[in-house]
Write a protein that binds this ligand. Structure first.
Ligand code: DQA
Length: 149
């Protein structure tokens, strides 16, 4: 199985960006960890980060043509604004787990709504970077169960 891990805007600034909210792990460390977590559950992982909405839409579409099996995605600020990313996920139908490092539900009201949740098979909120591990593990189990059904 092939998984794509997508991180949206400002997540390349992990470790520098508001560490009291997002922790001290850098984006490079997160990539290394995500690839390791994919390996642990027997899937091939690839990571992609962009600060640009259209680039994320393009990457989701490419994932369809590349026959990617699952996406683990932290859309960051685009979570709360992007109908285009929601539509790309719906267009491709690739099972997607949405991850947020922080507990968006206890933060500003504008972070409480997620467009991406409307297409996600699961959403993991507020578990720090461990949320990516949970998402990768959950998605591998989910897709294996689906393929047996
Ligand atoms: C975030 C939460 C978003 O509201 C914010 O814009 C981010 C990161 C999180 O991982 O907690 O950039 O998705």
């Amino acid at each position: 199985m092939q998984f794509l891990i997508i991180n949206g805007p400002n997540l390349n600034m992990l470790g520098i960006r508001e560490p009291s909210i997002y922790g001290s792990m850098t984006y490079d460390d997160l990539v290394t960890s995500c690839l390791g977590w994919c390996h642990d559950v027997g899937v091939d992982g690839e990571c992609f980060q962009s600060n640009h909405e259209g680039a994320i839409v393009d990457r989701i579409q490419q994932a369809f043509f590349d026959k990617v099996d699952g996406i683990v995605m932290n859309p960051a600020a685009y979570t709360h604004t992007s109908v285009a990313i929601l539509d790309a996920l719906k267009a491709t139908g690739i099972p997607t787990v949405e991850v947020h490092i922080s507990d968006v539900h206890t933060r500003e009201a504008f972070r409480h709504h997620s467009y991406v949740s409307l297409a996600a098979v699961k959403t993991i909120i507020g578990h720090g970077v461990q949320g990516y591990q949970e998402g990768i593990t959950w998605l591998a189990d989910y897709l294996r169960a689906q393929s047996k059904a």
